[in-house]
Design a protein around this ligand. Structure first.
Ligand code: ZN
Length: 181
């Protein structure tokens, strides 16, 4: 019988496709939420009382659901007014961020951003699965078509690792890229 690699239970098992491990729905949701918290810490961190604005995207409802579930409103809340937001939250899936990042690199365009890429290492299919498990309604999201080389999820994860390193080095105060103020 198939069991969850984390909690060892055999109820509500799901398959992730790119790994031989099977997990249950609870552990899967937990895993996604942990990754999101780590991304918020990485690209943030958020300060107490700050307000975030979710940039329009198919997966905006997922970001809304997870942020409301994770943060107490006193610490961090969302606003529908972009002008009063302290931080912008990018709700694109990993595939979209990979494609956009590589495109910018190839065109030698700036990738400077102070946004929080909340789903940068969450593949499209996992966002769909998370939404289904947690009853989040989505408006028919379409998967970003990537070229053959980028079709491997492992390659996408390594592109994201470079993306994160680059953003971190640009944003760090000691960086030589920082502009004098
Ligand atoms: Zn489990």
């Amino acid at each position: 019988m198939e069991r969850c690699a984390k909690c060892k239970k055999s109820k509500n098992i799901i398959h992730l496709g790119y790994t031989p491990y099977t997990v249950c729905q609870n552990c899967f949701s937990d895993m996604i939420e942990r990754r999101i918290k780590a991304n918020i810490r990485f690209f943030g961190p958020l300060k107490k009382g700050e307000k975030g604005f979710l940039i329009e995207n198919d997966f905006r409802p997922v970001a809304d659901f997870i942020i409301k579930k994770t943060f107490h409103k006193e610490f961090f809340s969302l606003t529908n007014n972009r002008d009063e937001a302290d931080v912008l939250i990018d709700c694109r899936s990993m595939e979209e961020i990979v494609a956009d990042f590589l495109d910018k690199v190839l065109k030698n365009e700036s990738i400077v951003s102070s946004n929080i890429f909340i789903f940068c290492d969450i593949p499209f299919d996992e966002l769909i699965q998370y939404s289904r498990i947690n009853g989040i309604k989505l408006e028919n999201p379409k998967k970003k078509e990537l070229n053959e080389i980028l079709n491997s999820i492992q390659i996408q994860f390594s592109v994201i690792a470079s993306f994160k390193n680059l953003i971190k080095s640009i944003n760090s105060p000691s960086s030589s890229h920082s502009s004098p103020s």
